[in-house]
Design a protein around this ligand. Structure first.
Ligand code: SAH
Length: 227
């Protein structure tokens, strides 16, 4: 079983539209879609926005639906100026930018018993790079900083970028990484850029959410074919 997770309906609808045939299972205030694609069993869901929702949904996909790999598809705000709207990147590592017990002398993003950065699965990243090459897609990679905030302010954007050397920011990736790492499930986090996380990012987000979500979902489907 392979899990495909998004945060919002717009991020998984392109997949459900492409698969056409699926079964719906209601569980934990959410809907899980079971489907088959090229003989592969899939469980698909959108978690709803934010770290807790994403962690809950990822856990259910693994513990209840027995997912052995998890692929995240969605959109993010760019921090690195080389990333433009509609560009795609996967996370090599992820960090929770809003996790803060610095009052006790700890670095940002750290709590005892964890590491600041979580690394995604090398094999899935290599596969993604290979597919991107075959398709002539300019797939980038980097650090994704996750927090329960929509970033749309230059000073906040700069702080996250400089503190964690992060390339993109969103609201779910690092929590999914933590769940998958803890449960030994290889994971891949893909994001297409919807906005640049500075002033007015909410307007770009609204304009580019669907087109960027489609770009990400398309790529995830081509990865599933090769898994
Ligand atoms: N318009 C939505 C809210 C979107 S929140 C509503 O009203 O319901 C932004 C979502 O896209 C999150 O799931 C997050 O992961 C991602 N995202 C895209 N750009 C972002 C940014 N600049 N900062 C944080 N998250 C961003």
């Amino acid at each position: 079983m392979i899990a495909i997770l998004g945060a919002m309906p717009e991020e998984i609808t392109p997949l459900l539209d492409a698969l056409k045939d699926y079964e719906e299972i209601r569980y934990a205030n959410n809907v899980f879609y079971l489907a088959k694609f090229k003989d592969k069993e899939l469980v698909i869901a959108y978690s709803k926005i934010g770290k807790v929702n994403a962690a809950l949904t990822a856990t259910i996909m693994i513990e209840k639906f027995k997912a052995q790999k998890l692929l995240f598809t969605g959109v993010a705000g760019a921090l690195n100026e080389n990333l433009k709207i509609k560009d795609m990147l996967y996370a090599e590592s992820l960090v929770q930018h809003d996790l803060d017990i610095t009052a006790f002398g700890h670095p940002h993003g750290f709590v005892p018993g964890t590491s600041i950065f979580m690394k995604s699965d090398g094999n899935l990243n290599v596969l993604a790079t290979k597919i991107a090459k075959q398709k002539g897609i300019n797939l980038k990679s980097g650090i994704i900083a996750t927090g329960d905030q929509f970033i749309c302010e230059q000073s906040k954007k700069d702080w996250i970028k400089n503190t964690f050397k992060a390339d993109a920011t969103e609201m779910e990736g690092a929590s999914v990484a933590l769940v998958c790492e803890s449960l030994n499930v290889p994971f891949f986090i893909l994001r297409a850029i919807s906005d640049e996380a500075g002033g007015g990012a909410e307007f770009d987000f609204d304009e580019f959410l669907q087109s960027s979500a489609n770009i990400s979902a398309d790529f995830i489907l081509s990865m599933i074919e090769e898994l």
